[in-house]
Design a protein around this ligand. Structure first.
Ligand code: F1P
Length: 317
């Protein structure tokens, strides 16, 4: 077992410690979740969860918020910015936090590095302890930052989620790599807060196993992207409780066209039970998506401990 795989499966005690850590949501006209890479995917999901909880929010990549905040929100100086960064050292995210504060916005940092530059340049700090062996590919810290962000929004996270997420990852792993054998085109579909999670599944598999991946809102998929589907395609459907019938129909069409489908919470070639409150599905499925990336890499004999062209932190000169 390599270190990436070990860390994925050893993440759950860190969830236990992070659950219940309190952090009150802010009263702001708009909350802007900002991050890069995985942290941006988490930002997208958190913005959706925040809106669903009645707290208006958007998400922006670190560099976009730094360089053109006005393209996202005309009154950006009055916003509450939540900057997400595992390292707390990503150039664009740290600069976006500093610029936001200088312009009068309040900044909350969500990180696992309490001594980082980001942690030192925020008004409020939300932190968790992460696995010391986590490498370049972000796994446990992504789960933790999503968990912390959801708690910040006011979502109660029950301890039972830990067992559910662990079991889900185990259930998927038992079918891997067989279910994805000979598949080289991976598509991740998720709606609402699950769209950011679908993007994260796609990013994880791409960076771990050097395969082209895509992510879409499910019902967008028929509008062009479906032209690529064939016997090389594997689809990961993150089912939404309120859209299940439409998503089930889409899955039937994709299977007819040759795709193999992994269904989190609904019909598929491999149907996985997601045993949690619908509001927690995004968090519950993350470890499973991480192990999917790892097994896909292993089947290609790719070492995820030193992924090609990647570094743990992107620091711009
Ligand atoms: C952001 C990030 C990671 C990615 C890569 C480079 O890091 O894009 O998501 O895995 O290793 O950096 P951070 O700001 O969350 O530390």
């Amino acid at each position: 077992m390599n270190t990436t795989e070990k860390v994925i499966f050893e993440q759950f005690p860190y969830w236990e410690k992070a659950i219940g850590s309190t952090s009150a949501p802010h009263d702001a006209e708009l909350t802007v979740f900002v991050g890069c890479g995985t942290s941006y995917n988490l930002a997208l999901s958190l913005a959706a969860y925040s809106n669903m909880a009645g707290r208006p929010a958007i998400a922006a990549p670190g560099a976009e918020w730094l360089n053109r905040p006005g393209a996202f929100w005309p009154r950006w100086r009055e916003t509450h910015v939540v900057a997400l960064s595992r390292s707390g050292e990503t150039t664009e995210t740290v600069a976006a936090a500093k610029a936001s504060r200088a312009a009068g916005a309040s900044v909350t940092a969500v990180t696992v590095e309490p001594e980082s530059s980001l942690a030192k340049n925020c008004d409020f700090l939300i932190k968790a302890e992460t696995h010391p062996d986590e490498g370049i590919v972000m796994t446990v810290s992504a789960s933790l930052m999503l968990l912390l962000g959801m708690q910040m929004i006011g979502q109660e996270i029950p301890h039972s989620i830990v067992k559910s997420a662990h079991r889900l990852a185990d259930d998927l792993d038992a079918a891997l790599p067989g279910v994805i054998a000979n598949r080289s085109h991976f598509v991740f579909l998720g709606s609402g807060p699950l769209y950011g999670v679908a993007l994260e599944g796609a990013l994880k598999l791409m960076e771990m196993s050097q395969v082209m991946t895509q992510a879409f809102h499910p019902l967008e998929y028929r509008h062009g992207p479906i032209s690529l589907v064939d016997e090389k395609t594997a689809v990961v459907m993150l089912y939404s409780a309120d859209q299940k019938a439409a998503e089930t129909k889409l899955v039937e069409e994709l299977r007819e066209k040759g795709a193999v489908v992994i269904g989190f919470g609904g019909p598929a070639d491999l149907e996985l039970t997601v045993d949690c409150d619908p509001a927690l599905v995004g968090l519950c499925v993350l470890p499973g998506l991480q192990i999917l990336g790892e097994r896909s890499a292993q089947s290609r004999k790719i070492d995820t401990v030193s992924p090609r062209h990647l570094t743990k932190v992107v620091k711009l000169a």
